[in-house]
Write a protein that binds this ligand. Structure first.
Ligand SMILES: [Zn+2]
Length: 167
């Protein structure tokens, strides 16, 4: 849904928006099945990347989608953790990127947040939890009420010192 204030959507964004509109119309999200399993021979970063591909249904787009994956040295992998860094994932496009942070939530489930500038301090922080392609579509359509914000937003150490959004 390109407009004068928005760049046109790329393939992934278009698929996300279509999925979000379909969910809004039918009240149901597409069935995507269980996450890929972590096998002991897999490197964990590759597994995290595979889970993001699965949750966003990227394999169904019909063309390869590149994802850059690395450690995020600002955020811990678990809330309050010190030993392991979170995982940063970036989907690069010609004119922009989609950035995600992967951490474990309080239930021990691998969770993805889209990372975007804080509305107060401008630093890149986990803004919205994205569990599936439809969530990404809602985010792109700015239907944030439907999402409710990431639980990691207020606790992120990536905010500037003294940022009032951090609580
Ligand atoms: Zn901030």
């Amino acid at each position: 849904m390109p407009s004068t204030t928005m760049k046109p959507f790329n393939d992934v964004e278009t698929a996300a928006v279509e999925a979000a509109l379909k969910r809004a119309q039918t009240g149901r999200a597409a069935w995507i099945g269980p996450d890929p399993a972590l096998h002991s021979q897999d490197a964990e970063l590759r597994w995290v990347e595979a889970v993001l591909r699965h949750r966003l249904s990227l394999l169904t787009l019909g063309r390869p989608v590149a994802i850059r994956t690395g450690e995020d040295n600002t955020h811990p992998l678990v809330a309050g953790g010190r030993a392991f860094p979170a995982v940063a994932l970036t989907i690069p496009f010609a004119d922009r990127t989609l950035d995600f942070l992967a951490t474990y939530n309080d239930d021990g489930r691998l969770t993805f947040d889209v990372v975007s500038p804080c509305h107060c301090c401008g630093k890149p922080v986990p803004t919205e939890e994205i569990d599936r392609l439809e969530d990404l579509g809602d985010y792109l359509l700015q239907a944030r009420d439907a999402l409710g914000g990431s639980p990691r937003f207020r606790t992120s150490p990536a905010h500037a010192a003294g940022c009032p959004a951090r609580g």
